[in-house]
Structures are given as structure tokens and as C-alpha cells.
Design a protein around this ligand. Structure first.
Ligand SMILES: NC(=O)c1ccc[n+]([C@@H]2O[C@H](COP(=O)([O-])OP(=O)(O)OC[C@H]3O[C@@H](n4cnc5c(N)ncnc54)[C@H](OP(=O)(O)O)[C@@H]3O)[C@@H](O)[C@H]2O)c1
Length: 217
């Protein structure tokens, strides 16, 4: 049977109290050992997908550097097409295939700026990217597996729409606190436990002082 959308693995490093960044947006939770593990995982997928806030705050490369293997296609969800030409993503888009997913509200001047770079621009949704439509487009481009690397807002978008198949979370040995710190899943949240899916624990890896939990949905 042909899958109707790509297989999606949500991956993140969280503090013991469930935060993915501090109130000042510091997200340096990964250990060296964990970095090697998730770079190996990146090398196995067709695409990595993140939200525009993660790009603006962390300025990530989203490449495979601490393991051997190919770089996946990078997909940035950026409804208004505001990604900075100074970002590492744009600076490296001539070497690494990159898709900027925008919505119909993206101003023409932003799109004109992006058109100067070797990027693929995918338009879906009126005011924000229509994730289901985007996934259908990515599927048609032979993208079969996607690593969803956050942040919390995007994680909620995919979780509540039932678009996540696996969850791999490293519990880092820190307690961060703060009601304004970003959690693994933001958004409005489910009102009842029974509305959220009961996940199946597939594997636990102990990495010295931290654990990696692997769940199926
Ligand atoms: N520890 C970790 O593993 C980890 C991993 C990743 C990120 N982080 C941290 O997470 C924080 C960022 O998380 P965040 O929650 O603020 O932002 P985010 O999830 O990275 O990005 C959210 C943005 O994506 C855009 N977007 C486009 N289409 C969307 C859709 N259909 N649904 C939802 N969002 C859509 C929206 O902006 P537009 O409307 O402008 O498009 C939205 O505000 C950073 O501090 C980063 O360091 C931590």
C-alpha cells in the first residue's frame, strides 16, 4: 500500500521538566554523545523539518556533521517568507537542498528576495502553512521519511493533527523551570488525557547520564 504522507519522527532534547529551551531561548541541552546519535538519525531520513522560530533563534545548519551520511533536504515552515539571507540555512542552500514552505499571505517582496537563492518555495495555506497539503507535496517529491525537529509550536501542530508516527526524546539531566520556557509541545494542548494518543514505548537507551526514550504513536 502506498503511504498517504511521509513517515514522521519527532525528535528533541528535553530537560527533566519537559523544556526544550530556557526562558531566554537557550536550547543547548544535547550532550556530545547525543549529538552523534541524532546526526546518525538525520542521515537516515529524507528531510528535516523545523519552524521559522527555531531558525531565527538557533540559526541551525540542520546537516549531518557528527556522523557519516548524506544531508537530508531541509524544510522550513515560514508562512510569511521572513527567513534571513544571513541565516546559515540560506547561506548554505546552494550546497544543501532547501525548501521554504510559505503561505499565500507571504508578501511579494519577501518572495522576490527568496527567489534570488537556489531554494524551492512551496506555497500552501492562507495565513499559515497548511501542513497536510505540504506533506502531500513532499510525498510527491519522493520524501518518505521526515525528522521533525521542533520547536514546540510546530510539534503541537503535527501532534494534534495526528501527523507524528514516532517520538524520540532525549531526557537531558537539567531542570530548567520557568513558565515562559519553551516546552516540548506548545499550542493550546489537549483538554483530556484520553484525547491525546497513548504512546507505545519501543526502546530505552541509557547514554551515561541521560536517557533516550523511543515511542511509537
Ligand atoms: N531542545 C530541542 O530539541 C529543540 C529543538 C528545536 C527547537 N528548540 C527551541 O524551540 C524554540 C522555538 O520553538 P517555538 O515553539 O517558539 O517555534 P517553532 O515551532 O520553531 O516555530 C513556530 C513557527 O512556525 C511557523 N509556522 C508555519 N506554519 C505553521 C503551522 N502550520 N503551524 C505552526 N507553526 C507554523 C509559525 O510562524 P509563521 O506564522 O511566521 O510562519 C510559528 O510561529 C527555540 O527556543 C529553539 O531553541 C529546541
Amino acid at each position: 500500500m502506498v503511504a498517504s504522507r511521509p513517515h514522521i519522527i519527532l525528535s528533541a532534547a528535553v530537560s527533566l521538566d519537559g523544556k526544550i529551551a530556557t526562558k531566554n531561548r537557550d536550547s543547548a541541552l544535547s550532550s556530545g554523545q547525543d549529538r552523534i546519535r541524532f546526526h546518525k538519525l538525520r542521515a537516515k531520513v529524507d528531510a528535516i523539518l523545523v519552524g521559522i522560530n527555531t531558525v531565527k533563534i538557533d540559526d541551525p545548519l540542520l546537516t549531518v556533521r557528527y556522523a557519516k551520511g548524506k544531508n537530508p533536504i531541509r524544510v522550513i515552515l515560514d508562512s510569511s517568507g521572513t527567513i534571513s539571507p544571513k541565516s546559515k540555512i540560506i547561506k548554505t542552500c546552494n550546497a544543501i537542498p532547501t525548501i521554504i514552505a510559505v503561505s499565500k499571505k507571504a508578501p511579494k517582496k519577501n518572495l522576490a528576495l527568496l527567489a534570488k537563492y537556489p531554494l524551492q518555495i512551496v506555497v500552501s495555506g492562507q495565513n499559515k502553512v497548511d501542513t497536510k497539503k505540504l506533506l502531500r507535496i513532499l510525498q510527491k517529491q519522493n520524501i518518505k521519511t521526515i525528522l521533525l525537529e521542533g520547536g514546540g509550536t510546530l510539534n503541537w501542530e503535527f501532534i494534534h493533527k495526528g501527523l507524528v508516527d514516532e517520538l524520540i526524546v532525549t531526557i537531558a539531566p537539567y531542570v530548567v523551570g520557568g513558565k515562559d520556557a519553551t516546552t516540548l509541545v506548545e499550542g493550546s494542548g489537549f483538554s483530556k488525557i484520553t484525547t491525546s494518543s497513548k504512546l507505545k514505548l519501543r526502546n530505552i537507551i541509557r547514554q551515561k547520564n541521560e536517557v533516550v526514550l523511543h515511542y511509537y504513536i
